[in-house]
Ligand binder design. Structure first.
Ligand code: CUA
Length: 332
């Protein structure tokens, strides 16, 4: 390696270290907002600094070798400390470092398996290609892709999948946990403060894996309770005549074949529960904002937003579409 390359490599490492300090609000393990994520951050920095020291030592040896390389070539067998040096730096030191990191991470993994307090709330999380279903035990509340939790409390998640392996990961709150067919996995979440924390499927699950986004929304306990009570309730009767017409469009078109609106005849669980759709900030598993125009696009031409998604296009007259949008926007 030339001196120029050595300098460039060192600069690259320094730049990555600087870039690792994520801006506030980014879905990064380096911006933890919960007790679980803080432990992972500690482990991340420990591994980072060990790597920096190892890198610095290796670079120092390379520099020495470079300088000495210009002098007389010495065979390893002729070098006085050659044999012991290879054994210590090539076998003993890496083994000790890796064993140390293994023990520390095992300790953290054990600590992360137990919540800091007994969870009062359990949510069933079901992975689908490519969206997340959330069922709140005990209340009957069902939602999708936006999972509300109360701040300052441990919440238990029971993770299952409807199809392939997915992985539930909210970097600012907890370690990732896989959703495995035929198995129930369990994890817990706890957020220190109110906020919206982005989550992501972290196991490749097909074409739209990268767009299997979700949000964990932590609310103050009082606000959470009223959200939960609303979410558990059935849909209100459509208030205006346009929305009432939209309800019949919904029930008579293909929508009702896949989606549930509790309180109506539509009760399929193939797609997300839409009983309180209008309260969600995003649709299509975090891909589109929940606005009238994006909702229209999602109904008419979902494949343009999320190619491969199971949602089929729906052909509607513009009057029917308008009425349907009125109805969906009223599902609060
Ligand atoms: Cu689900 Cu990747």
């Amino acid at each position: 390696m030339t001196r120029g390359r050595l300098v460039r490599a060192s600069l690259l490492v320094a730049a990555s270290a600087a870039g690792a300090c994520a801006p506030s609000g980014a879905p990064s393990v380096l911006d933890p907002r919960g007790v679980g994520a803080r432990r992972i951050e500690g482990l991340w920095w420990l591994m980072f600094w060990i790597s920096v020291v190892v890198f610095a030592v290796v670079v120092a040896f390379l520099a020495v070798a470079y300088v000495r390389g210009h002098r007389k070539q010495t065979r390893l067998s002729e070098a006085r400390w050659g044999g012991p040096f290879v054994v210590v730096s090539g076998i003993v030191a890496p083994s000790l470092i890796l064993a140390g990191v293994f023990v520390v991470s095992l300790n953290d993994m054990m600590a992360l398996s137990t919540p800091p307090q007994e969870p009062g709330l359990t949510i069933d999380i079901i992975g689908h290609d490519w969206w997340w279903e959330a069922r709140y035990q005990g209340s009957g509340a069902v939602t999708a892709n936006e999972i509300h939790i109360p701040t300052g409390e441990s919440v238990r998640l029971r993770l299952t999948t409807d199809d392939v392996i997915h992985s539930f990961w909210v970097p600012q709150l907890q370690a990732k946990t896989d959703l495995i067919p035929g198995q129930v996995n369990s994890m817990w979440l706890q957020a220190d403060e109110a906020g919206r924390y982005r989550g992501q499927c972290a196991e490749f699950c097909g074409l739209q894996h990268a767009n299997m986004i979700f949000y964990v929304i932590a609310d103050e306990p009082g606000k959470f309770e009223s959200w939960l009570a609303n979410e558990a309730s059935e849909a209100a009767e459509p208030a205006a005549s346009g929305a009432a017409r939209g309800e019949s469009v919904f029930l008579q078109s293909s929508c009702a074949g896949c989606h549930a609106v509790r309180g109506t005849e539509a009760d399929s669980d193939l797609g997300p529960d839409l009983t309180h759709l209008a309260r969600r900030e995003t649709i299509a598993s975090g891909v589109l904002d929940n606005t009238r125009s994006e909702l229209a696009r999602w109904i008419i031409d979902p494949q343009s937003a999320k190619p491969g998604a199971i949602m089929p296009p729906t052909e509607l007259s513009s009057a029917d579409l308008d009425a349907l949008l009125d109805y969906l926007e009223g599902l609060k």
